[in-house]
Design a protein around this ligand. Structure first.
Ligand code: SF4
Ligand code: SF4
Ligand code: FES
Length: 634
């Protein structure tokens, strides 16, 4: 039997859906009709000054454009406007018209405005020609005080222990627009606290001001209609629909847009006060989309990543998978010291010794007997230095490892390498990424390759067993984390994670973006470009590269797509350098090549298995679908 509660919640859901979708489509067609009929901007008076705005712009946005801030809770520029918090109330009016239907002018020569008797919300109202707006009149201020008092009636006194303190709109607006005293003497309504709304989001219902941003985000952006309000009046609470939980891959964006501390990140809550965080603008390096981010750190520890607005890339959002993929920076398996093999064992060494040893081992074999496996997670600068290494040593076999996962139609890309396009441009490979990996593995097995350089990849994912790697005279590994392959290496070079270095990457749509250093690397790990530069110098090259800017400058002289650019010129929002319709690794022909290669290798393995009657080593299986080191739950 369906309970009353469920029926009520379903009915509310349907009504909300109908109203919001109707208002969205009405608004869209109105803007389109307005735009097609006349491109003339509207004259709008804001706080006594006339401005011009395009048709279809919301009043709250028009005010913001001219530097007049109107407080808001439920309004978000990327979501529909239900107008339910009333915080954005303003006074609105239109010029008084005379008998000739022309605006009447006052003694100051300006139109006389007929003000509406009641305040209006500015977030759901479009600008109109001749409209006048007052945002700081006594009536508006009284309205703002009233709304704040109403919102705070049942709000708990949680501020000292609330995770949102420091970035809470309720706190800020209470100071700016509220009163200093409360007239409320009754008992506050008690509501559920610390509710697990989903695996990554915790809800405190008492703090919720019912703005519905989170509900609209799930409906309109994440396409997962999972949240809603139930019950009435002061007892209304936010909840997930029966049998559902907030577990979509974009759930943490609701925490970002919740204006109060009702929704908090289970990962971040109570770990660090936000005012202690150092914020660094960077990009996510977990897929080819390259969402723009802000990395929050304190004392060289990453505490959180939040999205940074870039309408060319990720709008205001990022996925949970990329957002939480930073834990490996603090993993126990981080490589902290350079190591060299001595008398069969890996022993710590200083940097000059380790780099010198690697150069010596590489110089002892012919270029045709060296293979370099680079990574689509390396920056352009690192890839360019790799290309110089390839040229200096006369290496024929060089490739990157494809890294794939399931894409969604929102942000997450199938290509989980952030810089496949950079690798294509700089390494100049015409074949699909990963096309040569199997040939390299076969050559290692047959003894054709005597020196293998693995850069920022796990050699155990290349289809070679530990024993096969151990037979190599030279196995030089540059990476962040320890794995079975690093134990077999002849030289280990500990490098930086994405938050510990600077550089640039080209995303799946051809946008060149900047990665910035938010923390220092742990132990004796070094910046990847410096390791490669030193290796290049030890082999005989790489002179006059003293900074990463020097590397970019030299790269821009040789790679035409980077011509005229510098790290500085890329800016915070990136620069479009390639016209790409389709992300290269998702191109059907690439997919086919990779799938065919995987099938061939699987067939070869099963034949060998039958002949040998032995269980093959799991590491020698196929080119696997490789996920980043610590993929969070999705
Ligand atoms: S939880 Fe936050 S975003 Fe959701 S309705 Fe409440 S206040 Fe708004
Ligand atoms: S969509 Fe890709 S780039 Fe964006 S946050 Fe997710 S993993 Fe990172
Ligand atoms: S911001 Fe306008 S009603 Fe909420």
């Amino acid at each position: 039997m369906t309970s009353d509660l469920e029926l009520r919640s379903c009915a509310k859901k349907v009504i909300f859906e109908l109203v919001s979708s109707k208002s969205r489509s009405k608004r869209k067609s109105k803007i389109m009709a307005d735009q097609s009929s006349s491109p003339q901007p509207f004259n709008v008076q804001i706080d006594g000054v006339w401005h011009q705005f395009p048709k279809g712009m919301r009043v709250i946005e028009a005010c913001e454009r001219v530097g007049v801030f109107v407080p808001r809770y439920c309004y978000h520029k990327k979501l529909s406007s239900p107008g339910n918090c009333r915080m954005c109330l303003i006074e609105m009016g239109f010029p008084r018209l005379g008998p000739d239907r022309k605006p009447e002018l006052g003694q100051d020569g300006k139109p006389i405005i007929n003000w509406m008797p009641r305040p209006q919300i500015s977030c759901a109202q479009d600008v109109a020609d001749g409209m006048a707006v007052r945002t700081d009149s006594p009536l508006v201020k009284e309205c703002q005080r009233g709304v704040m008092e109403f919102l705070l009636i049942n709000h708990p006194l949680d501020c000292p222990i609330c995770d949102q303190a420091g970035e809470c709109r309720l706190q800020e607006f209470s100071v700016d627009y509220g009163s200093s005293q409360s007239r409320f003497l009754e008992n506050k309504v008690k509501k559920p606290k610390a509710v697990q709304l989903g695996p990554r989001v915790t809800l405190d219902d008492e703090r919720c001001i019912l703005c519905s941003r989170c509900i609209r985000f799930c409906q309109e952006i994440a396409h997962d209609d999972v949240l809603g309000f139930v019950d009435r009046g002061s007892h209304t609470i936010l909840t997930a629909h029966p049998g559902r939980s907030l577990e979509n891959n974009y759930s943490l964006n609701t925490v970002d847009i919740c204006p109060v501390g009702a929704l908090t990140s289970t990962d971040f809550r109570f770990k660090m006060r936000v005012w202690f965080l150092k914020e660094t603008k960077s990009i996510c390096a977990s897929c080819a989309t390259g969402c723009n981010t802000v990395i929050g750190t304190r004392e060289d520890v990453v505490y959180r990543q939040t999205p940074r607005e870039n309408d060319h890339v990720n709008s205001c959002w990022m996925c949970d998978y990329g957002r939480l993929n930073y834990k490996y920076l603090e993993a126990d398996s981080r490589l902290l010291e350079p190591q060299i093999r001595s008398e069969g064992k890996l022993v710590p060494a200083d940097w000059p010794t380790a780099v010198g040893q690697a150069a010596l081992q590489l110089k002892q074999v012919a270029g045709s007997e060296i293979a370099i496996v680079a990574s689509g997670r390396m920056t352009n600068e690192e890839l360019w230095l790799t290309a110089q290494l390839v040229n200096s040593l006369g290496v024929k076999c060089v490739d990157i490892v494809p890294r794939r996962g399931r894409a969604d139609k929102i942000l997450l890309s199938k290509d989980r390498n952030p810089n496949t396009n950079g690798a294509r441009l700089i390494l100049g490979s015409r074949s699909a990424p990963g096309a040569k990996i199997m040939a390299i593995a076969d050559a290692v097995r047959s003894g054709g390759i005597k020196a293998l350089v693995i850069l920022k990849e796990n050699a155990m994912h290349l289809g070679m067993s530990v024993e096969e790697l151990a037979r190599l005279p030279a196995l030089i590994v540059m990476n962040n984390l320890h794995n079975a392959a690093t134990e077999r290496a002849s030289v280990v070079l500990p490098a930086c994670g994405f938050a510990e270095k600077r550089g640039s990457m080209v995303n799946g749509k051809g946008r060149l973006q900047r990665l910035n250093r938010a923390t220092r690397p742990p132990g004796n790990a070094r910046d990847d470009w410096e390791i490669l530069r030193d290796l290049l110098q030890a082999i005989g090259g790489g002179d006059s590269l003293h900074s990463i800017e020097d590397v970019f400058r030299r790269m821009s002289e040789t790679v035409p797509q980077f011509a005229g650019l510098s790290l500085n010129k890329i800016g915070d929002l990136g620069v479009h350098i390639l016209e790409i319709e389709e992300l290269p690794p998702t191109h059907p022909s690439d997919e086919e090549a990779i799938e065919q290669a995987i099938a061939v290798q699987a067939a070869r393995r099963s034949v060998r298995h039958e002949l040998d009657h032995v269980q093959p080593h799991p590491g020698a299986s196929t080119i696997r679908q490789v996920e980043p080191e610590t993929a969070p739950r999705r």
